[in-house]
Design a protein around this ligand. Structure first.
Ligand code: MN
Length: 287
């Protein structure tokens, strides 16, 4: 495989219904790079004082990763999970065939974090939903591993494709997996990554074929994985492959059936699904 050219993915500001009084910076999916490994969605918010209020809503075909740098968030879901997540801890929800959840910040101090989605591969995307909380992730110096293996540390988090995510406070130089593609998010400030400056909030897509990642001073989130060879159809909170799957999931959710149960302990109305566009949705290439 020919090494890919590094490419800076500038964040775009998106309004997010559930986050008040601030901006969410979205870098994945990006029109030129839709996935990094199976990572298919990356929102970065904060560190301003703000409130996250996300009432019950559904997901299919993905895992959600909730990761905080500052603040606290409560997660509730249809399985009955109730889990507060704090900085340095991982909440990992597997939507599989379908789940509903809600997330709300606790208190009114600074809130700073990321919300990531992992696309489940065809072999796993219809699996039963699940939820995991990991409060004791492997750490060494400035490296903490959320998912997969990095710098010789292995996360216990359960994922279903070759994947990595690590929070790193540089400077540090780490050997990496040449068969993976990587991207690096500059969390607090500009950071130099393999000699290139990544602006604050930017995601530097590094492609594959690297054997080392050299990170300058500053805090980053490293994402990586084997390039996904499946084309995704992402619509609203659903990751699927075909238009008809999206329609079926939307109808099941709007109909209030068993596929998407109530969020236990949360009686707020569900967030309604948007109206489907008047065209047939199609899966898209990842590049
Ligand atoms: Mn969600």
């Amino acid at each position: 495989m020919i090494p890919a050219t590094p490419e800076l993915l500038e964040p775009r500001d998106v309004p997010l219904g559930g986050l008040r009084a601030t901006t969410v910076r979205r870098t994945l999916p990006h029109k030129r790079v839709r996935t990094v490994g199976a990572w298919c969605f990356l929102d970065h918010y904060g560190p301003d004082s703000q409130e996250m209020v996300v009432p019950p809503h559904p997901h299919i075909g993905l895992q959600t990763v909730s990761w905080l740098f500052d603040g606290e968030v409560d997660h509730r879901d249809a399985l009955g999970s109730l889990q507060r997540v704090r900085p340095g801890e991982l909440n990992l929800m597997t939507a599989g065939h379908g789940i509903t959840h809600a997330e709300d910040s606790v208190g009114d101090g600074p809130l700073h974090g990321v919300q990531l989605w992992v696309a489940l591969t065809d072999a796993h995307r219809e699996r039963a939903p699940g939820f995991g909380h990991y409060a004791n992730l492997p750490v060494d110096g400035g490296v903490k591993v959320l998912v997969g293996e990095f710098a010789g540390l292995v996360s216990p988090a359960e994922v279903y494709s070759p994947l990595v995510a690590a929070q790193v406070s540089g400077p540090v130089s780490v050997p990496v997996e040449p068969d993976f593609e990587y991207a690096v998010l500059a969390v607090d400030s500009p950071v130099v990554v393999n000699g290139m400056t990544v602006p604050h909030g930017g995601l530097m897509y590094l492609g594959w074929g690297l054997d080392r990642l050299s990170l300058g001073s500053g805090r980053v989130l490293v994402l990586g994985g084997e390039p996904l060879d499946e084309q995704l159809l992402m619509w609203w909170n659903f990751v699927a492959r075909t238009h008809d799957e999206i329609v079926a999931a939307r109808e099941a959710y709007q109909g209030g059936g068993a596929r998407f149960g109530p969020v236990i302990g949360d009686s707020r109305p569900f967030i309604p699904a948007p109206v489907m566009p008047g065209i047939r949705l199609k899966a898209r290439p990842n590049r």
